[in-house]
Write a protein that binds this ligand. Structure first.
Ligand code: 5GP
Length: 211
């Protein structure tokens, strides 16, 4: 059976480039699977149901919560966002490294339930660059941009909760760095329990012989 995959949470300010980074991780490497979230926000131009998100209404979302069908959910700028449980558990079991691209409240809830998950935080090099990228996207109104920048200020208070902070300046460098961090995380004892158990078991024979 395949080793269990790593559950990877990628957070970062709205406009930090998480979406692009995640797309690149999925296309450049074959060990990743992306969890598609449910949300009550409306699709942006070009977004498709079941691809970027499962778009739904409050009633359906609350039903999913009641069924324990979400690993976590959070409210962000007046809308619900949540991670469907079944897909994540299935992919981890199949050995995939599953990426959750979620905000900080959700990240902390995932950490409580899956203490061995890896928390990565992506930031642009500066706040001015963040504002430039948010405006450049051209998909949000001034009101929404202002809300998202204010929210970034709050989220910045929680950056220490993450395992690693990654600066998204050059896209190629940032993709490679994220992948290196995941590879290194595989070697942490908390994620190498099978290897540790096996080698300890094998070494028992020697201990007995020497006594
Ligand atoms: P956006 O509206 O820009 O697609 O997403 C807004 C924020 O919600 C982003 O920070 C994104 O990472 C976060 N988000 C997306 N899906 C989920 C989810 O399933 N759970 C939580 N907690 N946050 C999510």
């Amino acid at each position: 059976m395949a080793d269990k995959g790593i559950l990877i949470v990628i957070s970062g300010f709205s406009g930090a480039g998480k979406g692009t980074l995640v797309k690149r991780l999925l296309s450049d490497y074959d060990n990743y699977a992306l969890s598609i979230s449910m949300t009550t926000r409306l699709p942006r131009e070009g977004e498709r149901d079941g691809v970027e998100y499962f778009f739904t209404d409050r009633e359906q979302f609350e039903k999913k919560i009641a069924e324990n069908g979400l690993i976590e959910y959070a409210s962000y700028c007046d809308h619900y966002y949540g991670t469907p449980r079944a897909y994540v558990e299935e992919q981890l079991k199949n050995g995939k490294d599953v990426i959750l691209e979620i905000e900080i409240q959700g990240a902390l809830k995932v950490k409580q339930q899956f203490p061995e998950c890896l928390l990565l935080f992506v930031t642009p090099p500066s706040a001015a660059e963040l504002e430039r990228r948010l405006r450049g996207r051209g998909t949000e109104t001034e009101d929404v941009i202002a809300k998202r920048l204010a929210r970034a200020g709050t989220e910045a208070q929680g950056m220490e909760a993450y395992d690693y902070i990654v600066v998204n300046d050059d896209l190629d460098d940032c993709v490679a760095e994220l992948n290196r961090l995941v590879d290194a995380a595989r070697r942490a004892p908390v994620r190498s329990q099978d290897l540790i158990r096996e080698i300890r078991e094998e070494l028992k024979g020697y201990v007995k012989g020497a006594e």
